[in-house]
Design a protein around this ligand. Structure first.
Ligand SMILES: [Zn+2]
Length: 301
């Protein structure tokens, strides 16, 4: 049996704040779960992140106050934390006095979301994410299924929304993978585990019920059981890894960043050597590695 952990990156709204919306599933066979969880815990421990959530978008931001602290990288974790805390308190006080309520609230949120990581320099935080990505890449038993939608090419008059289309694609690929791997009679099953998000929980549950009844546009559903199970991503590290993968894929689609992408891409499902676990929904002229690999295009160089 597989658990397929699903998370998203970017907003599904059009136009929203990102050009792309990515939905990504990371499927792990349940008998490997314990091993994966232990390995991730060990990496977190190395960086003093034992109780922290792996929230990649926040981890890889620039923490400006670190630059203001002389010799920051040569201090202990404890000293760094205390110094950042002081800098941040000063800034919050300054914004409060300046009366810029919007910036004040934004900054407070920024500080709250990043407070678990402030004892690490940017290079260390990047190294941490690289190690996690390398670990995922090494899990030969795991598979990534994803849909990356360039919203500038999405027709908003379609009957289906951006996130519904993405879910249908990811569910279909997960189902197809198990069909290709399974024998007759059916003995392989999978469940979808999703970050608990009130806005999508109801809609995705209903959609999944529809897929069970009518199939998706691409396939009947025989191997996936139940509607998505919703968990708190703060507490479930495998959902955090799906968040990492969707973040990495969105950065790849939007900015062509390959450092992290190259570390996880081995896990994207392949069938007869062809990358079938992912699609980039964009214009026909796209020559990104995924569009090329899916043989929609020949490489230009
Ligand atoms: Zn592409």
């Amino acid at each position: 049996m597989y658990f397929c952990y699903i998370d998203e990156s970017g907003t599904p709204d059009i136009p929203g704040t990102s050009s792309h919306y990515v939905l990504c599933g990371l499927a792990i066979p349940i008998d490997s779960w314990k091993k994966c969880d232990n390995q991730i815990r060990r990496i977190k421990h190395k960086y003093g992140l034992d109780n922290a959530e792996i929230h990649t978008g926040w981890i890889l931001r620039a923490y400006l106050e670190q630059n203001k602290i002389p010799d920051f990288e040569n201090k202990s974790y404890q000293e760094r934390r205390a110094l950042v805390y002081t800098e941040r308190s000063k800034e919050i006080y300054r914004l409060q006095k300046a009366g810029n309520n919007k910036l004040y609230k934004q900054t407070k949120k920024n500080y709250r979301m990043t407070e678990s990581y402030v004892h690490l320099t940017y290079a260390e935080r990047m190294r941490f994410i690289e190690e996690i990505a390398d670990k995922i890449g090494s899990w030969q038993f795991a598979r990534i299924f994803a849909e990356g939608i360039d919203k500038t090419h999405f027709n908003p008059t379609k009957k289906i929304t951006v996130d519904e289309m993405a879910l249908e694609q990811v569910v279909s690929r997960f189902e197809q993978y198990m069909r290709n791997t399974d024998s007759t009679p059916i003995s392989l099953f999978g469940a979808i585990i999703h970050d608990n998000n009130e806005t999508v929980a109801k809609r995705h549950t209903q959609l999944m019920q529809k897929f069970h009844k009518d199939g998706t546009l691409w396939t009947k559903i025989n191997h996936i059981i139940e509607t998505p199970l919703f968990v708190n991503s703060e507490l479930t590290s495998m959902v955090q890894l799906a968040d990492l993968c969707s973040f990495v894929l969105r950065r790849f689609f939007e900015s062509g960043e390959v450092n992290l992408f190259n570390r996880i891409k081995r896990r994207i499902d392949k069938y007869h050597g062809k990358m079938v676990g992912i699609r980039h929904y964009s214009n026909d002229a796209c020559t990104c590695e995924i569009c090329v690999e899916r043989q929609r295009k020949k490489p230009t160089s």
